[in-house]
Design a protein around this ligand. Structure first.
Ligand code: HEC
Length: 100
């Protein structure tokens, strides 16, 4: 039940971000486009899952609090605590990696 709410929330974020883009004013293209950090749907979902599941028992750690190598065993341990499935955890992992 809870994961269904999360999926709906994640979809709402994705739909909202797409809808918002439609109304955004047109940006004049420059010769040198500004490099943007891409927030893919998977990463947005991961952020959502992280924000909603990983701060229940302790503060929400920042991705940069740990190295990529440190995160791996932590995420394995925390997956069991947060009761997230492998696909959800892959999104969380993508999100954390995207912030490092
Ligand atoms: C059911 C409670 C619970 C949930 C949910 C939970 N954690 Fe934790 N977390 C703990 C406890 C307890 C510790 C400290 C003991 C330990 O390291 O196992 C901890 C420690 C941590 C640490 C510090 C690890 C270290 O080695 O110092 C990080 C980072 C962390 N959690 C990330 C997460 C992430 C990411 C999620 C979501 C996927 C999450 N936690 C969900 C209970 C939880």
């Amino acid at each position: 039940m809870k994961s269904r709410i999360l999926i709906v929330a994640a979809l709402a974020v994705i739909v909202f971000s797409c809808a918002a883009k439609k109304d955004a004013p047109k940006v004049v293209e420059t010769a040198e486009p500004v490099k943007m950090i891409e927030l893919t749907p998977a990463v947005a979902t991961g952020q959502n899952l992280y924000d909603n599941n990983c701060g229940k028992c302790h503060k929400l750690f920042k991705a940069t609090d740990f190295t990529k190598e440190d995160w791996k065993p932590i995420l394995v341990r925390m997956q069991k605590k947060a009761h997230l499935d492998d696909a959800q955890m892959a999104s969380v992992s993508d999100y954390i990696t995207s912030q490092l």
